[in-house]
Write a protein that binds this ligand. Structure first.
Ligand SMILES: C[S@@+](CC[C@H](N)C(=O)[O-])C[C@H]1O[C@@H](n2cnc3c(N)ncnc32)[C@H](O)[C@@H]1O
Length: 437
């Protein structure tokens, strides 16, 4: 895969799940998305009326789903460092009719007010207060505020471990923000502890996207990417309110960028950050143990059970004992359309009790491959679902040796190989910033 000159290649000829391409046909009505992306937004599940940050947001697929889950109430700041991509977020939000999104071009690693700038702002406020009561001598006694109007560059990943400790959390869990309609949070930087929910979906090596026959990255580049993600995590933790929650996700299967980074965050912010189950748990458990080369730890059994890993080589529901199904998130803030016994998706209404309907309750409705802002009526579910894969290790795939340096292809019959699935590699972890007693 990495700079390979020869090898075997697989060509996917058929998919287990065929999601039709909308090709813009229902733009503004339906948003097609890979299932793990939808799960990631549902794991964060931001409450309506809260302050939410999507740190690396373009093109805005998860941003707009988050806005839907918030019932378009509160503020959702969407940052991306590329101006053209920010325009894409705005355009998508406009098309889907969500109004709570504020999209800004910014380097998310610099999105938090630095301590020096915060101190300067505090002194200026104090000076204004004193001036207001007319004590000009007191104002004159105050030291000049430090020059810190622009945010300095963030510490490079290698220096992060020695960065200043997190601000002390208040004595009780901070109540979630209540953002008034029309109130803007404005562009960054923001004071530490501004956001109730943060999605960190950083750039990654994208080794979970397929098919990809060749990959131009090398190992040092993969390691550098993981370090870059840690610098974003560092900012995210500072911006998170005590008691607030953060979801970290990637579309790669590289443990350096996934399990190792989660372990790093738990160790680096020990006592301030804890792992929560990334529910709804749809994917596989995370990797335990340690990197055989660097020795850096991955996850304990307990931690691994709380994260979810989607792997192109395994059916995602293998370990969770769940059959795949579909739900469409609707404008009711997440209840949306749910599968019914007759194989149709129907809008779930508040006054409709599904308690007696085992098709809805068991298995619990899983996030879908597309979602809609508006109820769309009934959609057919796939007529038959693939059988559960056999337990135990994955059996060897039938293969054909490819001669010489030419990459060949091999078609895989889905009947014989039920483990071949179309789910891309993905990873999701959910953290909470601990509110200190
Ligand atoms: C994995 S993509 C995000 C996908 C997006 N969350 C979605 O679901 O549509 C990562 C994005 O991070 C942006 N990015 C990279 N470094 C950044 C930084 N320092 N600050 C803000 N955005 C950044 C990239 O431009 C890219 O659009």
């Amino acid at each position: 895969m990495f700079r390979a000159q020869e090898g075997l290649a697989l060509q996917m000829e058929r998919r287990l799940y065929d999601v039709p391409s909308c090709n813009g046909l229902l733009r503004g009505e339906v948003m097609l998305q890979a299932l793990p992306s939808i799960v990631a937004a549902q794991v964060l599940n931001p409450r309506p009326g809260t302050a939410v940050l999507d740190m690396c947001a373009a093109p805005g697929g998860k941003t707009t789903l988050l806005a839907t889950l918030m019932s378009d109430q509160g503020r959702l700041v969407a940052l991306d460092r590329t101006a053209t991509k920010v325009a894409e977020i705005r355009s998508l939000a406009r098309d889907l009719g969500v109004r709570c999104v504020e999209a800004y071009q910014a380097d998310a690693t610099e999105a938090v007010v630095t301590e020096a700038a915060a101190a300067a702002a505090e002194q200026l406020t104090e000076a204004a207060a004193v001036a207001a009561v007319g004590d000009s001598k007191a104002v004159a006694r105050m030291p000049p505020p430090p020059q810190a109007t622009s945010s300095p560059s963030p510490p490079r990943p290698s220096t992060i471990a020695s960065a200043a400790p997190l601000p002390t959390a208040p004595s009780s869990t901070r109540p979630l923000s209540v953002i008034a309609a029309g109130q803007l949070l404005g562009p960054p930087p923001y004071p530490a502890g501004t956001f109730d929910h943060i999605l960190l979906d950083p750039p990654c090596s994208a080794l979970g996207l397929r098919p990809r026959l060749l990959h131009s990255w090398n190992l040092p580049q993969l390691r550098a990417m993981a370090a870059y993600q840690r610098s974003l995590m560092h900012t995210a933790v500072r911006l998170l309110a005590p008691g607030g929650e953060m979801v970290y996700c990637t579309c790669t299967i590289n443990p350096d960028e996934n399990e190792a980074n989660v372990a790093w965050a738990l160790d680096r912010f020990s006592g301030s950050l804890r792992l929560l189950p990334a529910e709804p748990l749809v994917g596989l458990t995370g990797l335990t143990g340690a990197d055989p080369e660097t020795g850096s730890r991955w996850l304990s059994e307990q931690e691994a059970a709380m994260v979810q890993r989607f792997d192109p080589g395994q059916l995602f529901y293998e370990r969770r004992s769940m059959a795949p199904t579909a739900t469409i998130v609707g404008e009711d803030g997440g209840k949306g359309l749910q599968p019914h016994k007759d194989g149709q998706l129907r809008a779930a209404r508040d006054n409709e009790s599904n308690a007696s309907d085992p098709a809805v309750l068991s298995p619990p409705p899983l996030p879908p491959c597309c979602w809609s802002l508006r109820a769309m009526g009934a959609l057919p579910l796939p007529s038959s679902l693939p059988p559960s894969p056999p337990a135990g290790p994955m059996p060897p795939l039938p293969h054909q040796q490819v001669e010489g340096k030419e990459l060949g292809s091999l078609s895989v019959d889905e009947e014989d190989s039920p483990w071949v699935d179309d789910v891309m590699g993905f990873f999701i972890a959910r953290f909470q910033k601990v509110a200190q007693p």
